[in-house]
Write a protein that binds this ligand. Structure first.
Ligand code: GLC
Length: 435
């Protein structure tokens, strides 16, 4: 049973993290303003980067290699498009990128990527058994001046490879491919993961004009009809939101203070850390785990988004998972009251994350179609959206809170592996344009 004092503290936290429909509407207005400022090249927290990728027609065909880089895993793939909007065939292999690599030198980093591709290709011949064209999904803010070139503006999500900022990442990759004897492969499209997600879904669904990723990081893009290209919003950097004390704490102790503020409230890289900061605060004030002297939870970033997802499983399963997670951190005999308090904290934090994402999506849809004159599919990829037990549900309910009956016009769908598949689609679009 939860003590009255603990209940009060929990209510305080709930209030701090609450995002009411009115808060969401305010965020939507601010977001739209920032989008417009960004598009006009004025100072804005939203970079609004042209991608040089248009929407596919569904008739594109061909086989392509793909590299998907930007989360915890690096993925290499072979993607085959059969035209007529048919399902895209693909096979892929994932590799974990070690911490040493993502904070090391540019040469070593791109060599490692090229080496993984070389192993994936194995003994097959480029051109004969293996496609020569490659789509490169590079999920960081990049200023592109063509479909196949783009300079890194800044790293996000804890990456800090040296010597890449300001450089053309396609060149860096192609140089590394050459060093590995893969000089015959040409990067024919560079894109953000959100752009890949949108391209992959819209290959078979023309009502899809928005792509979102909610995984290690978070971001969105949309097809701008007037500009004739997909715009990468880089919404993770949006900074006009209601923030809680714990958000400030997290930001101050992060590698990029003041940046990526929306991402720090929403994405998988940070969700566990927000919950951990609350738990530590409540423990230090005597509301939680008074009988334990565990120092494990004092370590930054130990609580992962997967832990949050597991603890939020419904009913007994979630409670049992909470016990397992807490045991891992030395809290061997937590009470049911404590476990349920921790689960509620998870719920509060992930619910807010989902509602922030909903507000972002509504703002983007209003930009495309202010009066919701037609139906829209929003393609979403990323581990948080895919694996968290309540996230999609909370997002739908957030959309309904703001849009009411008009929410029926908005379909949010999982576009699994969209970022990798989209690399193939974008490479195919570039090919059909150059025919
Ligand atoms: C970060 C990156 C962005 C990417 C997102 C999701 O926000 O800056 O480019 O799309 O993570 O991976």
């Amino acid at each position: 049973m939860m003590r009255d004092s603990a209940r009060k503290v929990l209510e305080g936290i709930r209030e701090e993290f609450k995002l009411s429909a009115a808060d969401m509407n305010k965020m939507i207005r601010d977001f739209r303003r920032e989008m417009d400022r960004g598009l006009r090249g004025r100072k804005s927290s939203l970079k609004m980067l042209p991608s040089y990728v248009t929407k596919p027609t569904g008739n594109e065909k061909g086989a392509f290699l793909a590299i998907d880089l930007g989360g915890t895993n690096l993925r290499v793939a072979e993607v085959e498009l059969k035209g007529a909007g048919k399902e895209i065939a693909y096979r892929s292999k994932s590799f974990i990128l070690k911490d040493k690599l993502i904070s090391g030198s540019s040469g070593k980093f791109f060599d490692a990527i090229a080496e993984h591709l070389r192993r994936f290709i194995g003994r097959r011949d480029i051109g004969a058994g293996i496609p020569m064209k490659l789509g490169f999904t590079f999920s960081f803010p990049v200023r592109q001046d063509s479909l196949r070139s783009g300079r890194l503006i800044c790293w996000t999500k804890g990456f800090s490879v040296k010597g890449v900022k300001g450089k053309d990442v396609v060149k860096l990759l192609e140089e590394a491919l050459k060093r590995k004897g893969l000089g015959g492969i040409r990067v024919s499209a560079l894109m953000n993961d959100t752009v890949g997600t949108l391209a992959a879904r819209s290959y078979s669904d023309s009502s899809c004009e928005v792509g979102v990723v909610i995984g290690t990081g978070t971001n969105a893009c949309y097809y701008d009809k007037r500009l004739g290209t997909i715009i990468n919003i880089e919404w993770g950097n949006f900074n006009r939101m209601k923030r809680a004390l714990y958000d400030r704490l997290l930001d101050e102790n992060s590698g990029n203070p003041g940046e990526q503020l929306l991402e720090k409230s929403v994405s998988g890289m940070y969700l566990g850390e927000i919950v951990r900061l609350i738990i530590c605060d409540l423990a230090s004030r005597g509301y939680l785990f008074r009988r334990f002297s565990s120092t494990a939870l004092i370590k930054k970033n130990v609580l992962k988004a997967e832990d949050i997802s597991r603890m939020e499983e419904p009913g007994e399963k979630g409670l049992a998972n909470a016990d397992k997670v807490l045991r891992r951190y030395g809290m061997m005999n937590s009470t049911i009251g404590e476990r349920s308090l921790v689960r509620q904290l998870c719920r509060i934090v992930s619910r807010r994350a989902a509602r922030i994402s909903s507000a972002g999506i509504i703002a983007v849809l209003k930009k495309i179609d202010p009066v919701f004159s037609r139906s829209h599919t929003v393609a979403i990829d990323g581990s948080v959206f895919e694996k968290h037990p309540n996230f999609a549900k909370e997002m739908r309910s957030g959309i309904k809170d703001v849009l009411g009956v008009r929410s029926e016009k908005v379909k949010i769908v999982l576009s699994k592996n969209g970022s990798a598949l989209g690399a193939g689609v974008a490479a195919a679009i570039s090919q059909s344009h150059s025919l």
